[in-house]
Design a protein around this ligand. Sequence first.
Ligand code: C2E
Ligand code: MG
Ligand code: MG
Ligand code: MG
Length: 273
Amino acid sequence: KAKINGKNRYEIYDARMSEQIREELDLKQSLHHALDNGEFILHYQPQVCGKTFEVIGYEALIRWNHPEFGLLSPYHFIRLAEETGMIIDIGEWVLQEACTQTKQWQMKDQRPGLKIAVNLSAQQFADALLPQKVFKALEDSGINSESLIIEITETMVLQDFDRSIDTLNQLRAEGIKVHLDDFGVGFSSLSYLNRLPVDAIKIDRSFINQINKDTTEVAIVNAIISMAKSLGLQVIAEGVEQQEHITYLKQKGCYEYQGYFFSKPVPAQCVSL
Ligand code: C2E
Ligand code: MG
Ligand code: MG
Ligand code: MG
């Protein structure tokens, strides 16, 4: 009897699995044509200065306008794009598109200093041609290297630390800024952070949304801010949703914010400077 139950359980499991696999295969198939079909779009979310409340720049966030499933968030396809290697071409498109859009804003709105932050995936960051691709996007679009921010994560860097340092040095030698995204959720180690050539860290939003609750996450926020200061790094808070978050962060000396409090990520035509 136990055997039959066991078998039944497996059958149900198998059925669900195959459905999931089929969905993934469907997505994988359509991912192949998505770039050529122009199905990717970028949304932009402002990064705001806490002292002047001016928009410093925007983070470009990719979405996939799937013909069948509608607008898909990166959570639904970035991993798939990594597994298939398509992230390399997609990432190149993101760089080009984000820089071109930023050039238009800089000229149209006479904001030459407007910045654009672009996320890299692990594979892109490990690509030996990455620096050249980044420089090409700058050249093609005509924006200054100082306008571009590259966002990477701790885990990406730890895969090959020495090589990562070399890549980051190449980018920063040209004036490009590097920000460490989702900070606090990975294996943050002080000694590696001290050796890492980056300009800023972004406190992960899982800590920010705990600020006005009575939790230990607040201690982590405090620690990250003071650590950043001692290392001479700029610190940015992501996932800022409430006035209370700003009040707290300001009091601790963190003056750069990104989050729904200011704006959700929106399409380029909805961005108001
Ligand atoms: P991320 O780089 O940490 O981006 C921030 C994410 O937090 C975005 O989700 C943004 O919409 C969301 N967010 C911002 N403010 C708030 C807030 O106040 N509350 C809440 N609940 N969420 C907020 P999104 O756009 O879904 O992107 C998810 C992740 O996908 C990004 O995290 C990034 O790691 C990745 N991603 C996005 N675009 C690209 C891309 O062009 N290339 C690569 N490789 N990865 C990307
Ligand atoms: Mg990011
Ligand atoms: Mg983040
Ligand atoms: Mg992330």
